[in-house]
Design a protein around this ligand. Structure first.
Ligand SMILES: [Zn+2]
Length: 490
């Protein structure tokens, strides 16, 4: 037996566009070596019997946060992005390097279970990044067998420094306490990132570094420019949260006198390496600027609904030529990382505004965003399609499951009905990492025990921070509401 070759036989495979065919797949060195229409393939290859399976490329999560997994359930019912950010240190503060690793393992386990084979992770460590913390997250993805861009999420302004006028909305005592919170100088954070990238702890083929200036308003201009220069110098992908809320555009007009994207453009930050997460409040001018620079936007429909951020103008962005991907955002802000849900919402939400059907996001268009689109944003040119030379990242769905009985339009039934319930196996780089309802690369029961203990310890340690955050949230909410109500744009 040639152990270096695997032959997947008997499956119904997505071979191009929306066309499925009963072909065999020859896998070698983590890649798809050939699609075999007739015949048996090499006699000495290891055989995987995929009879009764529908085989599609793995879903690619273009935007998430591994730290969110350990914060699951910790977001208030009525949280907006801004009140969530005001309380973020109560969820993410006080974590050890082991906690960061643990959260990334938990996050990876969830994504694999829900059919995601690669992700762009903006992972935060408070008050600032450490080499050990960045490496712990990279090691967690490597051990889980996932593909990932690990981009430390960094800022040099708190939300109180980021939003002009916010601090002044607080009573003096609270204002003084909030004004005293500071983040490390950006030069220190970037130096730490550089050191972490120079001594990258795992092979770069699956898990590679990126850079994540959190939100433009939360980063000084020199910092943003330095991040873009670092991305160019080291060939990294850069992702930020772009126009996630109307408040961000209102604050951009106050701080910059222009839109977020126009400001980033003037700084030279936009490029083919650049992607913005969310992009809910982008204008036509901003879409044109992004497209002109080859930049991307990652659509996070469920998170945008959960936090009341709005509905992204996906059709307008696509028509402008912006590269589009789909993401889940973190397990706290969208309460889970189910790429099948994100995929379905990307298609269905485009129909919610009463626009004509020829402007809706179709099943194939949404599916491409959730596979090749997100992969392009991650810088992965050979991920997201089942074709010779492409990565062997694939999902095996049970065609006897109710979603596929009867089976008429396979891709439509996947996009509009699948939620992960029919997922039986997951392959990443030619290796099966999920089978028999078990993630094979992680000890999930032991992980759950560690997670419960860590969450109890962190919740107890962060009690005072949480009380202060809840008090601050009331003022943040009314400030944002008044600022948006008073603005005549966008
Ligand atoms: Zn995010």
């Amino acid at each position: 037996m040639n152990a270096r070759q695997t032959l997947i036989r008997g499956g119904l495979v997505l071979v191009e566009n929306a066309r499925f065919a009963p072909v065999s797949l020859l896998i070698e060195a983590g890649r798809i070596a050939a699609l075999i229409e007739d015949g048996d393939g090499p006699p000495d290859a290891q055989v995987i019997d995929a009879t009764g399976r529908i085989i599609i490329p793995g879903l690619v999560n273009g935007h998430t946060h591994s730290h969110g997994a350990l914060g699951r359930g910790g977001v208030a019912d009525d949280a907006t992005l801004e009140t969530f950010l005001a309380g973020a240190s109560a969820l993410n503060g006080g974590r050890t390097v082991d906690d960061l690793r643990l959260s990334a393992e938990l996050s990876a386990a969830e994504m694999i279970r829900k059919g995601c084979t690669a992700c762009f992770d903006l992972s935060v460590e408070l008050p600032g990044p450490s080499v050990a913390g960045i490496h712990a997250v990279a090691e967690a993805y490597h051990a889980a067998g996932m593909r990932a861009v690990v981009a430390p999420m960094i800022s040099d302004r708190t939300i109180y420094q980021a939003l002009p006028g916010l601090l002044e909305a607080f009573a003096p005592q609270m204002r003084a306490a909030l004004a005293a919170i500071t983040l490390p100088p950006w030069q220190d954070s970037l130096a730490t990132c550089k050191a972490a990238f120079a001594a990258w702890p795992v092979p770069m083929d699956r898990v590679r570094p990126g850079i994540g200036p959190a939100i433009p308003l939360h980063c000084s201009d020199d910092f943003l420019t330095a991040c873009a220069q670092l991305a160019d110098a080291l060939d990294l992908r850069l992702q930020t949260h772009l126009a996630e809320t109307r408040m961000q555009q209102v604050a951009a007009m106050r701080r910059y006198g222009t839109t977020l994207t126009a400001h980033l453009h003037s700084l030279g930050v936009l490029s083919a390496r650049f992607s913005g997460a969310h992009g809910v409040w982008l204008s036509a001018d901003e879409a044109a600027r992004l497209a002109g620079q080859g930049a991307g936007i990652v659509h996070n429909p469920l998170s945008n609904l959960r936090l009341g951020s709005g509905t992204a103008p996906v059709r307008a962005l696509a028509d402008a030529g912006v590269t589009l991907g789909i993401g889940t955002d973190a397990s706290n802000t969208s309460d889970g990382q189910n790429m099948f849900e994100a995929l379905r919402l990307a298609a269905t939400l485009s129909r919610a505004g009463g626009d004509p059907p020829d402007t809706w996001i179709g099943a194939l268009e949404a599916f491409r965003m959730a596979t090749e689109g997100s992969a392009r944003i991650m810088g992965l040119a050979d991920v997201g399609r089942i074709a010779p030379g492409w990565a062997a990242d694939m999902l095996f769905l049970d065609r006897d499951y109710c979603h596929y009985v009867p089976l008429r339009d396979v891709l439509s039934q996947i996009v509009f009905a699948e939620n992960g319930a029919a997922l039986r196996e997951v392959m990443i780089a030619g290796r099966i990492v999920f089978s028999d309802n078990r993630v094979l690369t992680l000890d999930e029961p032991a992980l759950a025990t560690r997670v419960r203990a860590a969450a109890a310890r962190l919740d107890a340690a962060n009690t005072d921070t949480r009380v202060m955050a809840e008090a601050a949230a009331t003022v943040v909410r009314s400030f944002c509401h008044a600022a948006c109500a008073a603005a005549s744009h966008p």
